[in-house]
Design a binder for this molecule. Structure first.
Ligand code: GLN
Length: 385
């Protein structure tokens, strides 16, 4: 059977494959990043009410007005960004579709897209689907981006750079200096910044700075975020895109023909969440994640992994070189099967698998009891016990 060439450049999602393996072995799934705790009641009630009120037909293709208006207020309150909800917002089916639709709207075949490495696995296939060339630049887990190295990666062929902060999988929260460095290069080379800010409310150090708020960047930034992580509704698939009018025009067309639109009643649920939940909700969200982070990191260090507590997001990239000589994928399968804890193999975050051979990623978007049980199971790894 013929399958299109553009799908041959990438394999299936390793992250989602690990979820299937975890389920098969009844392992604690610290692979795919989705919470095991409930979404806020206000969102659930508002979505259920919307269904009962018969908001069950297509929403406007670029998003329900209620949600676009709520989002406009959110960006003004949090980041002092002025957005026109009629011309500068698109609601997508998750940040995943938001990123893909954005790249398809701005990238031409042969263009280059700069991607920090390690990277969330979707960005590779996203650039391949656009027939673009990814150009990888290291993002150190500790320490800052080497801006000279980044500058060397830019050229007249660079159409965009993907900026994911707080970062998956490194946990880095990019500093103002790093973002200013990226912004300067985008302007110098007339490139777009396409951001993935899905973890914008989950960080423990520094601050979250949307690159769109830096001087000269609003006109060349596509700001992607969504409800999944902020409101613990990864299955709702509600992503958001803020972009200049001309770019929004293009994104809306791609989004329309790919999806027709995001789920109407769930958009109502998210709109109400944005309207009703106050700063205390976001503070509690981050505080609870900090506690989960500390429980997992202590468990990993106690078991013999080497890792740093992340500055943001809900992942820990851990080095297992002191524990096993297996390559990352075999170690991950073994850990899932024999120890009952599933991570993601590090190589899935790198363009060259060798670079991730000693690494695995653990997610800590789980209740503390589950993380403590995972830590307990991981004690089995301690060599001299
Ligand atoms: N972003 C999450 C992760 O990295 C979820 C991935 C997914 O399957 N959408 O695990």
């Amino acid at each position: 059977m013929h399958t299109a060439r553009r799908t041959h450049g990438f394999t299936e999602s390793v992250i989602r494959g690990m979820t299937r393996l975890a389920n098969q072995h009844d392992a604690i799934n610290l692979a795919q990043g989705f919470p095991n705790f409930p979404a806020p009641d206000v969102l659930k009630q508002a979505a259920a009410k919307a269904i009962r009120d018969d908001i069950n037909q297509y929403a406007i293709t670029w998003g329900a007005k209620h949600l676009r208006d709520a989002l406009t207020r959110k960006y003004a309150e949090w980041y002092e960004m002025e957005i026109d909800p009629e011309t500068e917002i698109t609601i997508a089916c998750g940040a995943t579709e938001a990123m893909a639709s954005t790249l398809m709207s701005i990238v031409d075949p042969g263009d280059e897209v700069i991607v920090f490495e390690p990277y969330y696995e979707n960005y590779g296939p996203d650039t391949i689907l656009c027939d673009a060339k990814p150009v990888y630049v290291p993002l150190p887990v500790t320490g800052h981006i080497d801006l000279d190295r980044l500058a060397a990666a830019f050229s007249s062929r660079t159409r965009a750079i993907i900026v994911n902060t707080p970062n998956n999988p490194t946990g880095r929260v990019l500093s103002r200096e790093e973002l200013l460095g990226i912004a300067e290069l985008c302007q110098q080379y007339d490139a777009y910044a396409v951001t993935d800010e899905i973890y914008e409310h989950i960080y423990y150090e520094g601050e979250h700075i949307p690159i769109a708020t830096l001087p000269g960047m609003r006109e060349r930034t596509v700001t992607v975020s969504g409800a999944s992580k902020t409101f613990s509704v990864t299955g709702w698939r509600i992503g958001t895109i803020v972009a200049p009018v001309r770019v929004t025009d293009a994104i809306r067309k791609v989004h329309d023909f790919l999806t027709v639109g995001a789920p109407a009643p769930l958009q109502e649920g998210v709109a109400v969440g944005l309207e009703v939940l106050g700063k205390d909700y976001y503070e509690t969200l981050a505080a609870e994640y900090r506690e989960r982070r500390d429980v997992l990191c202590a468990g990993l260090l106690g078991a013999g992994f080497r890792c740093q507590p992340p500055e943001g997001s809900y992942y820990v990239l851990a080095d297992f070189a002191d524990l096993s000589d297996l390559p990352d994928d075999e170690f991950s399968f073994w850990l899932t099967r024999e120890v009952g804890v599933a991570p993601v193999p590090g190589s899935s975050f790198f363009s060259q698998p060798e670079m991730g051979r000693r690494l695995v990623r653990f997610a800590f978007c789980k209740t503390v009891d589950v993380l403590k049980e995972a830590a307990e199971r991981l004690k089995a790894l301690r060599r001299n016990d």
